[in-house]
Ligand binder design. Sequence first.
Ligand SMILES: C[S@@+](CC[C@H](N)C(=O)[O-])C[C@H]1O[C@@H](n2cnc3c(N)ncnc32)[C@H](O)[C@@H]1O
Length: 249
Amino acid sequence: MTEKRLTPEERLQEEFNLWAQAGEGEKMRNHHLDITEKTLRVMNLRPGERVLDLGCGSGWATRLLARLVADGPEGFGQVVGLDVSDEMIRQARAESQEFENVLYIWGSAQQIPWEENFFDKVLSVESFYYYPDQDRALAELFRVMSPHGRLFILINLYKDNPYSLQWVDKLRVPVHVRSKDQYVQLLKAHAFEDVEAWQVPDDTPTLDDYQTTSFDSLEDLRAFKKTGALLLMASKPDVRNQAPGYTIY
Ligand SMILES: C[S@@+](CC[C@H](N)C(=O)[O-])C[C@H]1O[C@@H](n2cnc3c(N)ncnc32)[C@H](O)[C@@H]1O
């Protein structure tokens, strides 16, 4: 019998389902919390906002977002978590039962199953470099973001953090390795405005007895954290785009 050829996204689904089953979803919380909390402060979230968590994994950041935009004088904020791994989505739903303003959907960043001009803010933590077609994901983000909506993408694997490049051969799925400048150009090419790129260090201490499989040494891990993650920020201009064939009555 011939083996079924997987599409690149089915391959990602398969790989991240394994991560979810191995308990990596919650472990990633520890690895990404420091840089994510710093990003949440910059996002300036307010009650009533609509937020997308792209590549939400087990949903720990989605829940942080949900608390920050929940009911208030400016309305009832909602957060949507989207992930290509159905197993991650199952775990995220199970952990979020007490939240009434969170919805998790299984789908791809390259075909976001949501309406146009909707999200005020988008957060994506450590997910963007896996997308097989990053251009298509950015076109989709532009479509679903509201006019003046702002995008926040955290990327740990990029050229300007040489320590992160050790992962490329260790990961079992292909990744994009771009530089800070290349990402800025990419966002501008997709008509995003006010594009900014910061480096956000991870200030959590690395203990001497910490066991790492992702890095060749603890010194490399410490240097990786000090160099920091790339935080890309960009805004959709004041345009309301229509999907092809979409009719406004
Ligand atoms: C390294 S994990 C990070 C998860 C989460 N944001 C966190 O920080 O814990 C990357 C996540 O991106 C998701 N992902 C990868 N490719 C995707 C795609 N094309 N569309 C949506 N999600 C994707 C994976 O399933 C996985 O949950």
